[in-house]
Design a protein around this ligand. Structure first.
Ligand code: IVH
Length: 402
């Protein structure tokens, strides 16, 4: 083969592997076997080794990361990364609907309902279809440049398919997550190695993304959902429609996203996902409601901290009632003592629970617990359930002792 042919072959292999990668990690419908994929990848690796002058940080071969130490550079966000106001009940959701309606002087509007993914937010920048920069939220004004680590996340496109209608420059934001399966595998490995466990997938994702070594990131099975497209040349006025375009360009956009015309549609979405989220491969902690029209978003504007056109509704942590049998004291690796409750087994958030943390002696004392008490156990963002209080004897109402 002549060198020119090899250059063309490198380009062709890169394009093909980007497409197979998308089919595998975003669409979940590969068209070639893993073995064929590895075969193409090895061919590309060999050719790239022969032609270092053709190095490309966005080549599919770069997904494996490197052992170089990452020094994170602090980058100022092009547009600040805001957080959202939180609501915890239906009345507050109805209040949001009313505020939007009043703010738009009664004009019709739609609300885009989305899941609130429980990971860490990321801002991705693309130029001419190539991933150029990935920045963490940081303090909202500036964050860490974690591009090398983000390149290893298979569901994030490094290079968009040629000829797509994507703008020359844009930013897309989303959430980096560690799926439950990766999280459980990682904690099992850490337990074997006597290393401290991650409390939940969010902490694990965040610890991983800040890893100094991108090959560690590559092995940990992170995933990403994108939920916000920004920039001058983005397709249209509809947030939902823009995300549909992003999905066509190769980004992983949640299929659960829905447009609501009425407050009842919003409640139906909340009720459905409050239950159904247990069957998702990743952690969610609520829903996010956004005014769909970008023009209407602009006219609503923002408060000092967060937009007036969007709000988060947090799901209630799941609770169950059982009987406290015994308290034992666990000594951690650092010497810290944690009281742990043994209880009658009870079903909670899909698993059988028989142990719960009581955190520390102060928390334990304030709960005033006795063996045989009916207790209320909660599983929130943390993997280890906790006792949040006593259940009243008549079982009809729970009284939480603070
Ligand atoms: S939109 C201005 N959509 O929740 C709107 N955020 O405090 C910006 N999050 O920092 C965010 N799922 O990390 C949006 N579907 C979703 C989300 C989502 C999770 C996180 C995000 C943000 C926080 C809101």
């Amino acid at each position: 083969m002549y060198p020119m042919d090899e250059k063309a072959r490198i380009m062709q292999l890169r394009d093909e592997l980007h497409q197979h990668n998308y089919r595998y990690y975003v669409e979940n419908s590969p068209v070639i076997s893993d073995q064929e994929f590895d075969f193409l990848m090895h061919e590309l690796q060999a050719l790239e080794a022969k032609h270092p002058e053709l190095f490309d940080a966005n080549s599919p071969t770069q997904r494996v990361g490197s052992d170089l130490n990452n020094e994170f550079e602090t980058v100022v966000h092009t547009r600040p990364m805001l957080s959202l106001g939180n609501t915890y009940n239906r009345q507050e959701v109805a209040d949001f609907w009313k505020r939007v309606s009043d703010g738009l002087m009664g004009a019709p509007f739609q609300i885009c309902c989305e899941l609130k993914f429980d990971g860490l937010s990321i801002s991705l920048h693309y130029e001419d279809g190539c991933l150029t920069r990935a920045v963490t939220r940081g303090d909202g004004t500036q964050g860490d440049d974690v591009t090398a680590n983000v390149r290893t996340i298979r569901s994030i496109p490094l290079q968009l398919p040629k000829g797509g209608d994507w703008p020359g420059q844009f930013e897309i934001r989303g959430e980096i997550l560690m799926p439950w399966a990766s999280f459980e595998r990682l904690n099992a490995e850490r337990e074997q190695a006597g290393e401290p466990l991650f409390a939940n997938p969010r902490n694990a994702a965040s610890g991983t993304l800040k890893s100094k070594n991108s090959s560690t990131v590559a092995q940990r099975g992170l995933d990403a959902y994108l939920y916000y497209l920004l920039g001058d040349g983005i397709p249209g006025d509809g947030h939902y429609q823009n995300l549909e375009a992003a999905a066509r360009w190769g980004f992983q956009v949640s299929k659960s996203m829905t447009l609501a015309d009425t407050l009842d549609d919003v409640f139906a979405f909340i009720d459905y996902w409050d239950k159904e989220r247990r069957n998702l491969p990743v952690a969610t902690d609520g829903v996010v409601l956004k005014v769909n029209s970008l023009a209407q978003q602009k006219s609503l504007g923002m408060t000092a901290k967060s937009p007036r056109w969007a709000i988060a509704y947090k799901f209630q942590a799941e609770q169950a009632e059982t009987t406290l049998r015994q308290v034992v004291f666990q000594v951690g690796r650092t010497g810290a003592v944690t009281p742990v409750a043994n209880m009658d087994p009870v079903q909670l958030a899909g698993t059988q629970v028989r142990r719960a943390t009581l955190h520390n002696a102060d928390v334990m004392a304030s709960l005033d617990l006795h063996y045989g008490d009916h207790v209320l156990v909660e599983k929130g963002g943390e993997i280890i359930p906790k006792i949040v209080g006593k259940a009243e004897a008549d079982n009809s109402k729970f009284k939480i002792q603070k």
